[in-house]
Ligand binder design. Structure first.
Ligand code: 6PG
Length: 248
């Protein structure tokens, strides 16, 4: 079932998308802080959000939000230490968190330096349960989960072929990702789909065919894991640039 046009916003280029995303982030943060006193957000990794993170920490936006009311998590993390060039935490910390000098209590990173990835995943799940005060099978409800999409249609660290697209129990898992010959730590679909708001950021012509398959093609989440993202009681917005949207 194709994604409705109302859930897709197209921008001229990555810079325009970053501005649009920063505006959306600030609006959602203010709304959550106003309504519930805090804003819980799971950041995405990779390269697309780099410009957004730097923009949010810039003079243009930094005074528009009460950052101390915001709690930062990660939707996925590479199985590397926090100072590794591949670390999603390091990427966000350098561009957003460190420049804002947030208290450590606002930053909830994955302890991906743990040699046993499965242990790192269950530890992160414990962090989620503690922060959201979960006592039973209920799910954490993030105010915002930010996601990217790879050219292969993966999102977070849910890669094509992973059985995790059908996961219903665990909140966080540690899949082996053969294409990178490494483990990853990732939210599972139930956590992602329980968010109040989900934003996808997708740019670049190399993703155009996959984006068309994901948004307009048959529902095949095993092949295109990004298709599994369908909020049960929340909003979903695909923020894409013209290059990525050229086949839509
Ligand atoms: O850990 C990661 O790499 C991300 O969480 C991943 O899901 C990313 O969002 C996509 O791979 C898109 O990455 P780019 O933005 O670099 O294209």
């Amino acid at each position: 079932m194709p994604v409705p046009a109302s859930e897709i916003k197209t921008f001229a280029d990555p810079a325009a998308l970053a501005k649009g995303a920063a505006h959306e982030f600030v609006l959602q943060a203010r709304e959550a802080i106003e309504a519930r006193g805090s804003f819980s957000v799971a950041l995405s990794g990779g390269s697309t959000p780099k410009a957004l993170y730097a923009l949010l920490a810039s003079d243009v936006y930094r005074d528009q939000v009460n950052w101390e009311r915001i709690h930062f998590f990660w939707g996925d993390e590479r199985h590397v230490p926090p100072d590794d060039p591949d670390s999603n935490y390091r990427m966000a910390n350098e561009r957003l968190l460190s420049p804002l000098s947030l208290p450590d209590s606002n930053i909830h990173r994955v302890y991906a330096e743990e040699p046993d990835a499965a242990q790192a995943a269950s530890e992160y799940e414990a962090q989620l349960r503690q922060f959201f005060k979960l006592t039973g099978p209920e799910l954490p409800r993030f105010d915002l989960i930010m996601l990217g999409m790879g050219p292969d249609g993966h999102t977070a660290s849910l890669f094509p072929g992973t059985p995790l697209v059908h996961e219903r129990e665990r909140l966080v898992a540690a899949p082996w990702v053969a294409k990178f010959n490494t483990f990853r730590i990732t939210f599972t679909p139930p956590v992602i789909n329980n968010a109040r708001h989900i934003l996808f950021f997708v740019t670049g012509e190399e993703k155009a065919q996959t984006l068309k398959s994901v948004l307009e093609g048959e529902f095949q989440p095993e092949q295109f894991p990004s298709q599994i993202v369908r909020p049960t009681d929340g909003t979903l917005l695909w923020m894409v640039d013209e290059a990525a949207a050229k086949l839509l």
